[in-house]
Design a protein around this ligand. Sequence first.
Ligand SMILES: CC(C)(COP(=O)(O)OP(=O)(O)OC[C@H]1O[C@@H](n2cnc3c(N)ncnc32)[C@H](O)[C@@H]1OP(=O)(O)O)[C@@H](O)C(=O)NCCC(=O)NCCS
Length: 174
Amino acid sequence: MSIEIDILSGDAAWPMARPLLETVWPPGAKAPHRRGTSDDEHPTLRVLIESSGELVCHVGITIRIVTWNGRKCQVGGIGGLATRPDGRRRGYGSLALTAAVQTLRDHEAIDCGLAFCDETQAAFFEARGWQRYDGAIVAEQSGSKAPYDELVPMQLDLRRKVRGGTLDLCGSPW
Ligand SMILES: CC(C)(COP(=O)(O)OP(=O)(O)OC[C@H]1O[C@@H](n2cnc3c(N)ncnc32)[C@H](O)[C@@H]1OP(=O)(O)O)[C@@H](O)C(=O)NCCC(=O)NCCS
């Protein structure tokens, strides 16, 4: 079994990622963390994990300048983490997240990682060095800026320790 990890532009890799993402989050289903997995919202980069030539796992990376307590802060937004249902619990999700975090570290100008997940997935991130962001999140939603508390915000320290206060995503959540 050969494993390949590719990191490609979010736009260019959409046709490759789409079938997997639509299997995990069928179009039209209400799932807040399927953002960034539709035709018109693409992350900056996508990590694709292939096993024996087949795509088994995906995660998107949205690099964005946001504000934290009114000051600019560059975050690496992690979203659309998905493993094919028949490929779970084999380490692909961890591998994809590790590759995404390494990409953020290599970038050198990213202040922190930021992901949004269900309460049930929080432990997955915590076991991999992430922590719950203890402040408030605001984001564009349905055309206006509003508190975003649908999912649990998870934060990973990179250049800065982002704690407390208010993080304004300066756009839609990913
Ligand atoms: C969340 C998700 C991406 C995890 O993907 P995955 O490929 O199963 O992830 P991993 O295999 O790396 O890890 C999953 C668990 O299996 C365990 N595991 C990994 N390899 C294993 C193995 N060989 N045998 C048994 N367990 C194993 C891991 O320890 C991990 O458990 P932990 O979180 O308690 O540490 C996957 O469940 C998924 O696609 N869910 C639906 C979409 C979703 O909710 N995405 C999250 C949005 S934030």
